[in-house]
Write a protein that binds this ligand. Structure first.
Ligand SMILES: [Ca+2]
Length: 310
C-alpha cells in the first residue's frame, strides 16, 4: 500500500514513520509531510529529518506544510515533549534539506497522479495540511484509499482539555472538514492509545535491539513517559501515533465499529471534542470506523519487530 504520513514529530510520530519504513514489504512511504502541532513547524520539520537520518532513510522526502491552524492560533505541547519536541536524547542537526514543495500541494499531486484507491493518508497531527489539500482538490477525497488518523476520544475524555484530544483541539475546523470529506476514515482515539503504554519492560525490549534507532527512541520515549506517568499515574505513557501504522500492518490488533463522528468547533468549553455516536442515537450516517480497543502487547511486539529492521 502506498502511504503519505502527515505528522508533527514528537517521538511517537517518528516511531510511527520508522515502523512504516521498516515494513517495505507492506508499505511504500511516498512522503513524510510536516505540520505545526506538538512544536512549531520548523521544529517538527527538523525532527522528522533527524529521525530519517538516524535510520538512514534519507531517500524518503520530507515536505513542510502549514505553520498554523486554519483559523486559530497554534497551541503546542512543549509541556509533554520538551522545547525541541525531541527532548531526552541529543540527535545531530539534520544534513538533508526539506524537499521542495508545500505539503498540502504535494499530497494532492501524489494522490491525484495515481489511480483512485491507491494512496492512504496516515494522519498523526492536527489535520491542517489534510484540510488544505481537500480544499485545493475537491476530488481528492474520492481518490483516496483511506484516511487513518490518530485523534479524538469517546469515553476517555480529553488530554489537552477535559473534552478534547490534542490533534483535534489544535485545529478543530480542519478536523471537521476531514470528518465530512467522504473518504473512508479510520480513527484511533485516546480510548485505544491510553491502553498502549510504554511500560519499562517494553522500553527495555526496544533498547535490547541494540541499534542507534532503538537507543535514541528508548531515551526519547523515556522522557515522554516521565511526564505521562506524573499526569496519569500510569506505568508508562501512551505510544499514540504508531497505532496508525500498526493498524495498516495488523488491523486484527484493533476493534471498533462504524459510527458517526462530529467535531465541536464553537463551544469554548468543549472545543475540539469529538462527539461519537457510539450507540447510534441519531440517524446520522456513519462516517468513521472508530477503534476503541487495542491488543497492546501485540502492538508493541509489532513496533519493536519493525524498528529492529532499521
Ligand atoms: Ca503527532
Amino acid at each position: 500500500m502506498q502511504i503519505i504520513i502527515d505528522c508533527d514529530p514528537s517521538p511517537d510520530d517518528a516511531v510511527a514513520f520508522l515502523v512504516a519504513l521498516g515494513s517495505p514489504g507492506e508499505l511504500e512511504v511516498l512522503a513524510i509531510t510536516t505540520v505545526a502541532g506538538n512544536v512549531p513547524l520548523p521544529l517538527t520539520s527538523k525532527n522528522a529529518r533527524k529521525a530519517l537520518e538516524l535510520a538512514k532513510k534519507t531517500g524518503t522526502p520530507a515536505y513542510a506544510g502549514a505553520e498554523a491552524p486554519l483559523v486559530r492560533k497554534l497551541v503546542t505541547a512543549e509541556h509533554v515533549h520538551g522545547r525541541t519536541g525531541f527532548d531526552g536524547y541529543d540527535l545531530p542537526e539534520p544534513c538533508i534539506p526539506l524537499a521542495d514543495g508545500f505539503a498540502p500541494d504535494v499530497i494532492v499531486d501524489l494522490v491525484m497522479s495515481r489511480d483512485p484507491g491507491e494512496v492512504a493518508l496516515c494522519c498523526l497531527a492536527p489535520l491542517t495540511n489534510i484540510a488544505l489539500a481537500l480544499e485545493k482538490e475537491p476530488k481528492l477525497a474520492a481518490h483516496l484509499k483511506q484516511i487513518v488518523l490518530m485523534g479524538g476520544a469517546f469515553s476517555e475524555g480529553g488530554n489537552i482539555t477535559p473534552a478534547a484530544e490534542f490533534n483535534i483541539f489544535v485545529d478543530p475546523e480542519a478536523a471537521d472538514k476531514v470528518m465530512r470529506c467522504g473518504a473512508p476514515i479510520t480513527m484511533i482515539p485516546l480510548d485505544c492509545t491510553h491502553q498502549a503504554l510504554t511500560k519499562q519492560s517494553r522500553l527495555d525490549k526496544l533498547r535490547a535491539i541494540g541499534t542507534p534507532v532503538s537507543e535514541a527512541f528508548y531515551h526519547l520515549l523515556k522522557f515522554n513517559k516521565i511526564f505521562d506517568e506524573q499526569k496519569y499515574g500510569w506505568e508508562g505513557g501512551p505510544l499514540h501515533d504508531a497505532t496508525v501504522i500498526a493498524y495498516l500492518l495488523a488491523p486484527h490488533l484493533f476493534s471498533g465499529r462504524k459510527v458517526n463522528v462530529e467535531v465541536e468547533c464553537e463551544s469554548p468549553l468543549t472545543l475540539g471534542m469529538t462527539v461519537v455516536d457510539w450507540w447510534a442515537v441519531t440517524q446520522k450516517t456513519p462516517n468513521v470506523q472508530f477503534l476503541r480497543s487495542i491488543d497492546a502487547d501485540g502492538y508493541f511486539d509489532l513496533v519493536i519487530e519493525r524498528l529492529a529492521r532499521l
